[in-house]
Design a protein around this ligand. Structure first.
Ligand SMILES: [Zn+2]
Length: 347
């Protein structure tokens, strides 16, 4: 989800009340689920035929988003991974559906494994990594993160952009970075040089970003953000920079700097966007301040940015579906993250 940290504008109050009632219904369903019903209380996932149609919609041209000039990130594969997650339907923390998704995600990340979320039995973050080399071993690690759970409410919410897309960007960025690293090492070996020093990169898929049953949107930072809070508590001292991707694949994508994102780190991300030719999707502007998974890292003094398109019209609703995404948008984000990680590993 992620919530704005400002007061809610008055015209949104009714929507908030309605959302609150839906949240209550969702919580009742979740409690029923926790009561031994497995995932039986969750709504039926979208059919393969529906997903096929929606995937075609996501591949339609999106002229408002600039086309990247690099070809490191596989946007088609990323969209397939969004579809793979959405095919499970609504997949809140603790559900069997999310456990199935998690098992597949672990296998896709380099050195992938899971890590318990302290204080929240049953919740697990998924962590992959590319180890440091040479003098990079003494330097703090870089993190690319997204959450992989979905909201409990409204019932039927599938979270294509929030955050199956962010999750897919993390996984496919890892694959692209690994390929770039292999090329680099081969080149060094051919030239009879040692592989260059590089910092460690971690690919972190966070559980429990969304509110648990009975959680309050007014207390989102305390009730939500469970995976990132635990990860930051355990590892902040090892980290030098964190980028969180959330709402990064909507049609017409725009990612201004989120209000509390670290300005210096943001400038480096934006420089990467310019290098891959998609600066227009990263306007030199500041958007709203959002409570999201970057906050626990900022609280512990780790420079962090949240890439989030708060103008996405379908956020937190039933229409946050595959058909609202665009291949070109996820590519712009993915290519930018890969270029940023390549540069950041050398710092
Ligand atoms: Zn989210």
């Amino acid at each position: 989800m992620a919530v704005p940290s400002r007061r809610v504008p008055s015209r949104l109050r009714l929507a908030t009340v309605v959302a609150g009632l839906l949240a209550l219904l969702g919580a009742v369903a979740a409690i029923a689920m926790a009561g031994g019903g497995g995932d039986d209380a969750l709504p039926v996932p979208p059919t393969a035929a529906v997903l096929e149609r929606e995937a075609a919609a996501a591949r339609r041209p999106d002229p408002a988003v600039p086309e990247a000039r690099t070809r490191r990130f596989d946007a088609a594969a990323a969209l397939r991974l969004v579809r793979d997650q959405v095919a499970e339907g609504q997949r809140p923390s603790g559900s069997e559906r999310l456990a199935r998704v998690r098992a597949r995600l672990v296998r896709r990340l380099p050195l992938g494994r899971t890590e318990p979320v302290a204080g929240h039995p049953g919740l697990r973050n998924v962590v992959g990594r590319m180890p440091a080399r040479g003098s990079g071993r003494g330097r703090p690690a870089i993190v690319l993160a997204a959450h992989y759970d979905t909201q409990l409410a409204p019932r039927g919410f599938v979270g294509a952009n929030d955050s199956a897309a962010g999750t897919a960007v993390v996984v496919e960025a890892a694959r692209a970075l690994l390929a770039a690293d292999r090329r680099e090492r081969r080149r060094a070996a051919r030239d009879g040089e040692p592989a260059p020093s590089r910092r460690e990169v971690r690919f972190v898929l966070l559980d429990g970003e969304e509110l648990p049953p009975g959680g309050s949107e007014a207390r989102f930072e305390q009730d939500g953000l469970r995976g990132s809070t635990a990860y930051a508590a355990a590892h902040a001292g090892q980290l030098g920079a964190v980028a969180v991707v959330d709402y990064v694949a909507g049609r017409g994508l725009r990612l201004p700097r989120e209000g509390q994102s670290d300005p210096a780190l943001w400038r480096r991300v934006r420089a990467a966007a310019a290098r891959v030719g998609v600066a227009r999707a990263f306007p030199d502007a500041t958007g709203p301040t959002i409570i999201d998974d970057h906050v626990p890292f900022l609280r512990r003094g780790v420079p962090a940015v949240d890439l989030i398109d708060w103008s996405y019209p379908y956020k937190q609703g039933l229409d946050d579906r595959l058909r609202r995404l665009s291949e070109r948008a996820i590519d712009a984000t993915g290519e930018t993250m890969v270029d940023w990680l390549i540069a950041e590993r050398r710092r």
